[in-house]
Design a protein around this ligand. Structure first.
Ligand code: ATP
Ligand code: MG
Ligand code: MG
Length: 428
């Protein structure tokens, strides 16, 4: 991918925007871009620099993302609405072409990494509540004030806000920012590997703090420190490359497989409520460590049909009118609203699943299921809005959670499903 039209190869110490930003460390990458921690020499702060691939298609996508992010930033000058803030953008010419670059506020680990650091065991319910509240604040802002559908909400696209002041000490190593390219190979240089190690350790510590569980590496439970108490789990929604304005026609196939709403599979049209579906899937995953739906194609049936079957096993049968009402309904359903190839469903209602498989107490299971079930209504227009969800009692309660810590045996499956989800994304 590091060729004409593709990624821009960055090395530690590389200058951008006439020297204003200096590359420090790679933070992540996606289908469209690489993202670097950069030092802003003008403000002496750290930022995230998203460097888009250069081909026309990617440039176009970046322009769209910049347009959306600008609207987001304009509408939220105090940067308090749980959505990532765009600070600047510019073009950068390199050997592979011209790359659009976005300067974003520097955020922390994704919720996916948080789940992973927690060994896929699920977070304490009070933390899930806090994270859910943040996501809903963000969605409410996007939906109601900006008219934007995110269309790719999932744990990977929600990043923890850095709880320490990133302007002062993002790496917590005491190391000062790198201002020019170090001698030798920057990827194996001593300085970087030390910083890498510290960053990793910090991420693990932060994850352990937030999950309120055992550190996934240490073994011993982290000692309660003053700084841990009432740690405000803040997170922000990122990745607006696939976002659409609700009033403009857009792609038919949206969302990452496991977080995809039924109306998208059936092609019956969609609106803001597709994000609500993904939100519910994300909340479930935070609480259990497992994806809510991880469909697999099988003998004689495809992934879509398996997905619909899984939905019905958990949520009950799709009403016939909805099942048969989409442009693709005939691919999956007969005229009675029964799946064509998967004839026998094993119903396992959500509250029961939470108790049986994830060892929730009866009350926790019932309350969490009562919160999620309306959001997973097969009729999109019946789903509560983000604003309505924010009023739900489940979000405002805080209590001693009885959520059991015993490990479950589905970790391997989850990892496999992740890999699959990645493959699907890459192939999309
Ligand atoms: P995708 O294929 O998911 O659309 P993309 O090329 O659009 O990818 P993003 O998802 O925006 O890229 O970012 C890629 C990764 O970079 C993220 O998953 C995250 O790890 C990291 N990242 C993105 N934005 C930030 C940020 N503001 N602060 C810190 N890390 C970030
Ligand atoms: Mg992404
Ligand atoms: Mg993207």
């Amino acid at each position: 991918s590091y060729r004409k039209g593709g990624y821009h190869a960055v090395r530690v110490g590389d200058p951008f925007a006439g020297g204003r930003y200096v590359a420090q460390k790679k933070l992540g990458w996606g289908q469209f871009s690489t993202v670097w921690l950069a030092y802003d020499t003008q403000t002496s702060k750290y930022v995230a620099l998203k460097i888009q691939k250069s081909a026309a298609l990617f440039a176009q996508a970046a322009l769209h993302e910049i347009e959306v992010l600008s609207a987001i930033a304009d509408g939220d000058p105090s940067n308090s609405r749980c959505v990532v803030q765009l600070m600047d953008h510019f073009k950068h010419v390199g050997p592979n072409g011209q790359h659009l670059c976005m300067v974003l506020e520097f955020l922390g680990d994704s919720l996916l990494r948080l789940i992973k650091y927690n060994r896929y065991k699920g977070l304490e319910l009070n933390k899930v509540r806090e994270i859910c509240r943040c996501i809903l604040v963000g969605l409410d802002y996007l939906h109601r004030e900006l008219g934007i559908i995110h269309t790719d909400l999932k744990p990977e696209n929600i990043l923890l806000a850095n709880t320490i002041d990133p302007a002062k000490d993002p790496i917590r190593s005491g190391a000062s920012p790198i201002l020019e390219r170090p001698e030798g190979n920057p990827y194996t240089g001593v300085t970087m590997s030390l910083i890498e190690k510290k960053l990793k350790r910090r991420a693990r510590r932060a994850a352990a703090k937030i999950s309120g569980r055992r550190s996934s590496m240490g073994g011993a439970a982290p000692k309660p420190e003053r700084s841990m108490e009432g740690i405000d789990v803040q997170c922000k929604i990122v990745d607006f490359g696939n976002t659409c304005w609700a009033d403009k026609p857009v792609a038919e196939e949206i969302q990452t497989r496991q977080y995809r709403a039924p109306e998208v599979i059936l092609q019956s049209g969609y609106s803001f409520s597709v994000d609500m579906w993904s939100f519910a899937c994300t909340a479930f995953e935070l609480a259990t460590g497992d994806m809510m739906f991880a469909p697999k194609g099988g003998q004689g049936f495809g992934e879509d049909e398996d997905h619909l079957a899984l939905m019905m096993e958990l949520l009950g049968k799709i009403p016939r009118k909805i099942a048969t009402g989409g442009a693709r309904s005939k691919d999956f359903f007969d005229k009675y609203g029964d799946l064509k190839r998967i004839r026998r469903l094993k119903f396992w209602p959500l509250d029961q699943l939470l108790m049986d498989k994830y060892k929730f107490s009866e009350t926790d299971a019932r309350e969490f299921a009562e919160f999620l079930t309306p959001i997973l209504d097969f009729a999109p227009e019946k789903r509560p809005t983000a604003q309505q969800c924010l009023q739900h009692p489940w979000l405002t309660m805080r209590k001693q959670s009885a959520h059991n810590e015993t490990s479950n045996d589905s970790n391997v499956r989850t990892v496999e499903a992740r890999v699959r989800s990645l493959q699907i994304k890459v192939g999309k």
